[in-house]
Design a protein around this ligand. Structure first.
Ligand code: ADE
Ligand code: ZN
Length: 327
């Protein structure tokens, strides 16, 4: 195991953190009030993210949507992007981050939301040196037609910083296969592809690989319940972006008994596991804490924890020449 200070110092590459899930509580309170968005319960800075109150992923996502609805100007988006990136860079030794961006709950038009994110990325980079890129996330609980339209919009407003797409929200309300047309469009548009798979079944992982043509899996703990699919993912070096703290709190590990045991099984099977924090302030965690938690729970030392970073460097979507600077 490693101390918190050492966990903090480990260089990190963040591949599984959502912008809307990364807004500090105090900022959410301020922006929600200003936007006239009512967050249920007692929405003061201390309790706005009461992770104990998320009975399930759906309840968590309804608060997450209210955070998005509170971003009503380009500068709001710039601010939350900046705050999250500078915190990752300065406080948690994150050198590079591929941010999941979910513009849908905000009333802002897509181009304005995008330019706010780009402004925040640029300011954070010049202040702390953190590099970042954008992964635009589809809401799988909405229609496939909307997903196709969304990907088309991403392509129409393409900038170099937007490097891929993801598939977010609840898998049970939006299994992967029907989204193949949106993913085919993204592939033709030169975008990288990933998808969340939290509840399973394991066959969903093969759908994500073969029909959505993804190169990574977000969560995917249930992979270890199928030996053949596990072997395949080991052979093909498919990266899995695990989020120990959020998955344990949310109990959406696909195993029903927390993600930590699954993460050990994944590592032991030889899968390429990366560690990240998903929606850090909303689950009372941060990148350091997730490294520390998984190290503590599974008895991993510096060697294994730095392997998680090396896996994330291999798994990230930078060009090989840019990746060299991270190795
Ligand atoms: N959006 C933010 N966090 C998420 C998660 N854990 N699963 C699906 N969608 C999300
Ligand atoms: Zn996630």
């Amino acid at each position: 195991t490693v101390s918190r200070a050492l966990a903090q110092a480990i260089p990190k590459v963040s591949l599984h953190c959502h912008l809307l899930g990364s807004v500090p509580a105090a900022t959410t309170v301020e922006l929600a009030r200003r936007a006239g968005v009512r967050i249920p319960g007692d929405p003061d800075a201390e309790s706005v993210y009461d992770s104990a109150a998320y009975a399930d992923l759906g309840q968590f996502l309804s608060v997450y949507d209210l955070v998005g609805a509170s971003l009503i100007s380009r500068d709001d988006v710039r601010r939350v992007t900046y705050e999250s990136l500078t915190c990752f860079g300065s406080d948690h030794s994150v050198w590079y981050r591929e941010i999941f961006v979910t513009p849908q709950p905000s009333p802002l038009p897509y181009p304005q939301f995008l330019s706010g994110v780009l402004d925040g990325m640029r300011d954070a980079r010049s202040d702390t040196g953190i590099e970042s890129r954008i992964v635009m996330a589809i809401n799988r609980e909405h229609s496939v037609a909307e997903a196709v339209e969304f990907v088309q919009q991403v392509i129409d407003h393409r900038v170099d910083e937007v490097i891929g797409i993801g598939l977010d929200y609840e898998e049970v309300n939006g299994p992967p296969a029907p989204f193949a047309p949106a993913y085919a469009l993204a592939r033709r548009g030169g975008l990288h592809r990933t998808a969340h798979s939290e509840s399973g079944p394991p066959s969903a992982i093969e759908v994500i690989l073969d029909e959505l043509r993804c190169s990574r899996i977000d969560h995917g703990y249930h992979v270890v319940t199928d030996e053949r699919i596990t072997r395949r993912c080991v052979q093909e070096r498919i990266p899995f972006t695990a989020t120990p703290v959020s998955s344990d709190i949310g109990r959406y590990s696909g195993s029903g008994d927390g993600s930590h045991r699954r993460i050990r099984e994944m590592v032991d099977a030889g899968l390429q596991v990366c560690i990240d924090s998903d929606d850090p302030p909303m689950f009372g965690t941060d990148p350091t804490n997730d490294f520390h938690a998984v190290g503590n729970a599974l008895g991993y030392g510096l060697d294994t924890l730095t392997t998680f970073t090396r896996n994330a460097i291999d798994a990230c979507w930078l060009d090989e020449s840019d990746k060299q600077s991270l190795r």
